[in-house]
Write a protein that binds this ligand. Structure first.
Ligand SMILES: Cc1ncc(COP(=O)(O)O)c(C=O)c1O
Length: 456
């Protein structure tokens, strides 16, 4: 039996009432009260989301099997380095899971090199910067209003490329009519930068607002001629690429592709980098020791489970996401919303962008919708100048796809499977611990144990 931890007389400042993002004045709570309050808030959040329409394009919900992997003892362990070359002991099973994860990622994306250790999409981009650039180099990327991400941003905006890696970020020209990179203007810009002795060493394509495929194939020769590496940031669209519903950057000429594992890929929060085989060794070193120490091994296991699910059902899943997104775009358009990209069918990805300036500004409308339990995010448009006056809303359709549920149902039953939110909510009052089960072919089983604080 685990002894309850004695409560101390130390006071903690914890805000007790948080209602839909509003924090009440801090009051002093005992640790026990804070502990209970955390679980209350988790439960309240859970109920709210269960009764809401979450449409944030960066989010997804992993299957119960992925969540099961997240609860495993892997989350308590360390395994720096590459499989079989660890800095820590105790990795013999972790190594096997990581190897399976790598193999599945390679198979899913039909590539020869995968590093599944980056712990987020931003981290994967940092790995790409470390691999392909030296501080002081010039890179090309989209500006944020044109769909770029802050991890590709300039130093003056605190962007990862500029502020962390010390890169000089030049913007890719953008065609607002087409909602895409302007190919001719990009070719001219590369020439101009080369003439000015600022030849870009890396072009970051892909981005956060990506309704249509980027012209990787069309620009590949131009980039190659100027010795500019191409990295496609597929943080958002990786699941669609895996399901062959979107462009396939690595087979169109990109040198590398980075991704989050939790947007259109329905995995745990994490990152991933894939590349042509010749960049593999350098990428490995850029990840560890460059940008990751321990790589969150429970997430690694979750990624492996998700890749297996995607191999089995990813095509159907991705196709359904895009159908949903196009149907939502068409329905909004019919109801008078100015959904961008009309000429091209609004979207070919999981997200759509609507200019909502006739109703008000993005921030106010985002709040009104949140009050109505519709959760989506405001977004800048290419013609937005001020960061706080966003004119659009981005809606994502990854969280409401029927095939996702089928993915999880078809996987084998397991004692830790969390079938519904009810069960998840009760974890705090009946905490589980995991132990190795020697007698069955299952590796883990659940067993109730004493909570830290006696709760009843
Ligand atoms: C294009 C792009 N890259 C990178 C990221 C960062 O991903 P993560 O949150 O996994 O670090 C995002 C996040 O939304 C993104 O949109």
């Amino acid at each position: 039996m685990v002894e309850p931890v004695p409560e101390t007389s130390r006071k903690h400042l914890t805000p007790p009432n948080v209602i839909q993002g509003q924090t009440a004045p801090a009051t002093i709570m005992e640790p026990r009260q804070s502990y209970n309050r955390v679980f209350e808030l988790l439960e309240t959040h859970q109920k709210w989301f269960a009764n809401s329409l979450p449409l944030i394009a960066s989010e997804n919900i992993p299957s119960p099997a992925v969540r099961e992997a997240l609860l495993s003892d892997f989350g308590n362990r360390y395994a720096e380095g590459w499989t079989g070359e660890r800095v820590y002991a105790g990795c013999k099973y972790i190594d096997q899971v990581e190897q399976i994860c790598i193999d599945l990622a390679k198979q899913l994306f039909n590539v020869d090199f995968a590093d599944v250790r980056p712990i987020s999409g931003v981290c994967a981009n940092l790995v790409a910067y470390t691999t392909f650039t030296t501080p002081g180099d010039t890179i090309l990327a989209l500006a944020i209003p044109a769909g770029g991400h802050i991890s590709m941003g300039k130093k003056e905006f605190g962007g990862t490329a500029g502020a962390v890696r010390g890169l000089n970020v030049e913007y890719l020209p953008f065609d607002t009519e087409e909602m895409n990179i302007d190919i001719d203007a990009t070719e001219k810009k590369i020439k101009k930068l080369s003439d000015e002795d600022k030849k870009p060493t890396l072009a970051m394509l892909g981005g956060s607002v990506l309704p249509f495929p980027h012209p990787v194939k069309q620009l590949a020769d131009t980039f190659q001629e100027s010795d500019t590496r191409i990295c496609f940031d597929a943080a958002h669209v990786a699941g669609l690429i895996a399901g062959t519903e979107f462009q396939d950057p690595l087979h169109e000429g990109a040198d590398a592709m980075t991704a989050s594992t939790h947007k259109t890929l329905p995995g745990p929060q994490g990152g991933l980098i894939l590349s042509k085989p010749e960049h593999g060794e350098k990428i490995k070193k850029s990840t560890f020791p460059g940008n990751v120490s321990n790589h969150h091994l429970h997430h690694l296991a979750g990624k492996a489970v998700m890749f297996a699910e995607m191999l089995a059902f990813g095509k159907e899943y991705a196709s359904q996401i895009v159908k949903n997104s196009r149907a939502l775009a068409a329905a909004l358009h019919e109801r008078g919303f100015q959904v961008l990209g009309e000429k091209k069918g609004f979207t070919r990805s999981h997200l759509l962008v609507a200019d909502i300036t006739k109703f008000g500004d993005g921030k106010t409308i985002e709040k009104k919708l949140e009050d109505a339990n519709i959760i989506l995010n405001r977004n800048l448009l290419p013609y937005d100048i001020k960061a706080d006056k966003s004119s659009s809303q981005r809606r994502g359709c990854s969280q409401d796809c029927e095939p996702r549920f089928r993915v999880s149902k078809r996987l084998p039953e397991s004692p830790l499977r969390i079938r519904d939110q009810q069960r998840r909510l009760h974890l705090h009052s009946h905490p589980i611990s995991l132990e190795l089960n020697q007698t069955s072919n299952r590796t883990v089983k659940a067993r109730p144990h004493q909570p830290y604080y006696p709760l009843h």
